[in-house]
Design a protein. Structure first.
Lengths: 334, 240
């Protein structure tokens, strides 16, 4: 019996792939050495993971449901970030007010504006860019890459070439200390928002008829149509939702980074592509797992081996693909 | 026999650059089981997929209950009351048996009497109700595929080679089930298993090389071994 066969039952007993982020956290603790540093890094990693999940989940669902390779997905991240930055600048009085209510109103207005843009732009993008190249992966790659480049130039034309500083609402700008560990309030907020979106998505996918259709469509689009459902209408809805989530993730990311540039979209494209590949195409749970692993590993490696931080995600992807070529939790394909 | 429920009139279908159906003309009478026989690659599956709109007819007409459905979307064809059980069964492995069935019902609610009859017909559906469909055996998956097709009243069910790879005991159970289903639904059955087909079918067409080469009563074909040999060996002769 091979070693992997001996380990597999125990691995499944402790939760299988769902336990991987926890295993990574436990392994990192002795390596980091200090509990307070570990807590800070872990919270940062979880927050980063949740924001990446927001950005990547739509891409995964769109590929799973319609077999569409949309490299233009990160254009929504970029626009979401810049729109949120503009809204926060416009509401600077609320952003800087010593009132949690006004601070949250400003933040939700920024996130709402970004998400609304994602919804509306999503339907236009699907109609003009995606629909004409349905079923042709090569043309999809070329045209969506082209759309990403055009969108980045649009961002530069509207917001300029210089980096933009993003104002953070005053109440979310501070830190709190637990047992010597410094934790940024914004990161906790980002984690909670991402978790809320995941729970919402999970409930929609698993408890509603629309969710049932999406899950079935990811597996076998043709059969869903043979049962009497127009899947292309469902696809437009999923595409809009995915675009809105990407824009929401971009808005949160803007606050997390503090400074954004016109190349944000292409920078994030690599990260979300890695997450979708690690997680497995078409799966929300897979996207969450992949995003949390990328977020956590990125933070631990940046602390322990700074020179390896850029390569860590690539190495993680290679390791996962060697172990599970279809990703950690791919959607079942008929 | 009663009037026609489905008629294909000189239907041509291309897959990529290849023409697979070369003018199929077929009349499926209402009620009972009508069988489309033919060897591998003769065009049986293409015929069913063309009826469902999964592959588009390049020429000819498909008429269901006096309505031309040739250019309709697959979903609209299904909503007219035509169910399809593909050769690969089309089961959603990631969904439970219940979710597979729920997806095929017009609303999210089941007609309990109908569901009970289906579960009596296929006890595995009741037994594995909340289990993921990927965990079912091949025969159980086929039962689920057929159950899904009849969870709502349908006028016509297209079934593609349901006995493929199944054990003889399951095939015997399937024959009984099909007889029961055919009491209130028309079945267009594609088969290679002549014994199975002849035990169920009233009418039969034989397709070869994308053309219908024989229409008639199944009883007459079953009784005429020379005709069987001639019709069902056509492809082999054509390729030699």
């Amino acid at each position: 019996m091979r070693l992997s066969d001996k380990i597999a039952p125990s691995f499944e007993r402790i939760g299988g792939v769902y336990a991987l982020p926890v295993i990574l956290m436990i392994v990192a603790l002795p390596l980091v050495g200090s509990l307070s540093s570990w807590v800070t890094l872990t919270v940062a990693g979880l927050a980063m993971g949740m924001m990446i999940f927001l950005m990547a989940s739509g891409l995964s669902l769109v590929f799973g449901l319609m077999n569409v390779l949309n490299f233009g997905h990160s254009a929504f991240i970029s626009f979401g970030a810049f729109i949120a930055a503009s809204v926060l600048t416009g509401l600077s009085a609320w952003v800087g007010a010593h009132s949690l209510g006004f601070n949250l109103l400003a933040l939700f207005a920024a996130i709402g504006a970004a998400s609304l843009f994602g919804l509306v732009a999503g339907i236009v993008f699907e109609y003009l860019i995606i629909r004409p190249v349905a079923g042709d992966h090569l043309r999809q790659i070329l045209i969506t890459m082209g759309a990403l480049i055009v969108s980045e130039e649009l961002v530069r034309a509207i917001w300029g070439d210089n980096p933009i500083t993003v104002a953070r609402p005053a109440a979310l700008n501070g830190i709190f200390v637990i047992g010597g560990a410094s934790i940024e309030i914004y990161r906790v907020f980002a984690f909670c928002l991402g978790l809320a979106v995941f729970v919402g998505l999970y409930l929609v996918l698993n408890r509603t008829r629309i969710g049932l259709l999406i899950r079935a469509g990811v597996e076998n689009r043709e059969m869903v149509e043979a049962l009497g459902f127009r899947i292309e209408r469902l696809f437009v809805g999923v595409f809009m939702l995915g675009s809105a989530l990407a824009a929401m993730g971009g808005a949160m990311w803007a606050g997390y980074q503090g400074t954004i540039t016109g190349s944000l979209g292409s920078e994030m494209l690599i990260l979300i592509t890695i997450v979708v590949i690690i997680g497995g195409l078409g799966s929300i749970e897979g996207s969450l797992l992949g995003a949390l692993l990328v977020g956590l590993l990125g933070n631990y490696v940046a602390f322990l081996f700074p020179k390896l931080s850029l390569a860590s995600n690539m190495l993680l992807m290679m390791a996962v693909l060697l172990w599970r070529p279809w990703g950690l939790k791919p959607a079942v394909k008929s | 026999m009663s009037g026609s429920i489905l008629r294909l009139d000189d239907v041509h279908t291309d897959i990529g650059q290849y023409r697979v159906l070369h003018g199929v003309t077929l009349d499926v009478p209402e009620g009972g089981v009508y069988v489309l026989l033919g060897r591998n690659g003769a065009g049986k599956t293409t015929t069913l997929r063309t009826i469902m709109g999964l592959w588009r007819a390049r020429a000819g007409a498909i008429v269901f209950r006096h309505r031309d459905i040739t250019a309709l979307h697959t979903a609209d064809i299904a909503r007219l009351g035509i169910a399809y059980v593909p050769e690969n069964m089309g089961i959603f492995g990631g969904l439970t048996v219940e979710e597979n069935m729920r997806l095929a019902s017009a609303t999210s609610r089941f007609d309990r009497t109908r569901l009970g009859r289906i579960q009596d017909l296929f006890p595995a559906i009741r037994q594995f109700w909340d289990k993921p469909a990927w965990s079912l055996s091949g025969g159980q998956k086929q039962m689920l595929a057929i159950s899904r097709a009849i969870i709502e009243p349908r006028d016509l069910i297209l079934i593609d080679e349901p006995t493929k790879g199944l054990a003889p005991s399951i095939i015997r159970a399937m024959i009984e089930a099909f007889r029961e289903i055919a009491r209130d639904t028309t079945i267009l059955l594609v088969e290679q298993n002549f014994l199975f087909a002849s035990s169920l079918g009233q009418g039969v067409s034989v397709i070869d090389d994308g053309r219908i080469v024989h229409d008639g009563d199944m009883a007459a074909l079953a009784a005429d071994e020379a005709l069987q040999t001639r019709l069902l060996s056509l492809s082999m002769a054509a390729h030699q």
